[in-house]
Design a protein around this ligand. Structure first.
Ligand code: HEC
Length: 151
């Protein structure tokens, strides 16, 4: 089960890694690239990008519902593909990726069973797990994801 403390620790780790990356500046050259050169979406979005858009829509709906103290109890099947879905660049996923993915999945699970006044905090918890992963992977959408937090 995921709780605020876990998310906080993960956020700290990822902020630390994030700042380290800023200092480092260059993407690591020695990360193991996959030999597989087949791209399922040569002209379009990666499998992971498409999944991310679904996750974004799920979060946007969850936000709307949370403001009315309601939840979306459904967890789309496709979310389980987060581990295997191919990113645009095979070097995007670092060694923390799977940990962040699991933290996100368990946050979705606890969100989908939250009740009453805990809904908003468990929803924000969920959004923080998006931010945790994004601070070390693909920082572009971070400002957009931050706007999803309920103040
Ligand atoms: C485990 C890591 C991880 C988690 C958790 C995660 N993301 Fe992502 N996200 C990524 C990566 C990596 C990419 C880049 C995908 C690519 O380049 O193919 C991405 C891309 C995106 C994009 C850009 C998609 C596009 O159109 O190309 C958006 C928007 C996004 N994520 C939103 C979210 C939201 C909202 C959440 C939480 C509900 C979330 N992400 C959770 C890793 C993550």
């Amino acid at each position: 089960m995921i709780n605020m403390k876990t998310v906080f620790i993960i956020l700290c780790i990822s902020l630390y890694l994030g700042s380290w990356q800023l200092v480092d500046g260059v993407p690591s050259e020695n990360a193991t690239a996959f030999n597989d050169s087949t791209d399922m979406n040569p002209n379009g979005s990666s499998e992971l990008s498409l999944l991310m858009r679904e996750m974004l829509e799920h979060a946007q709906l969850a936000r709307k519902l949370a403001l009315e103290e309601k939840i979306n109890p459904e967890i789309p099947e496709s979310f389980n593909k987060i581990h295997t879905a191919k990113a645009t660049d095979s070097e995007t996923k670092n060694s923390y990726y799977d940990t962040f993915a699991d933290v996100y999945l368990s946050a979705v699970k606890s969100y989908s069973t939250s009740k009453g006044t805990e809904i908003v905090s468990s929803y924000n918890n969920l959004v923080n797990t998006c931010l945790a992963c994004h601070s070390t992977h693909c920082p572009g959408p971070v400002p957009r994801i931050k706007k999803l937090l309920v103040p």
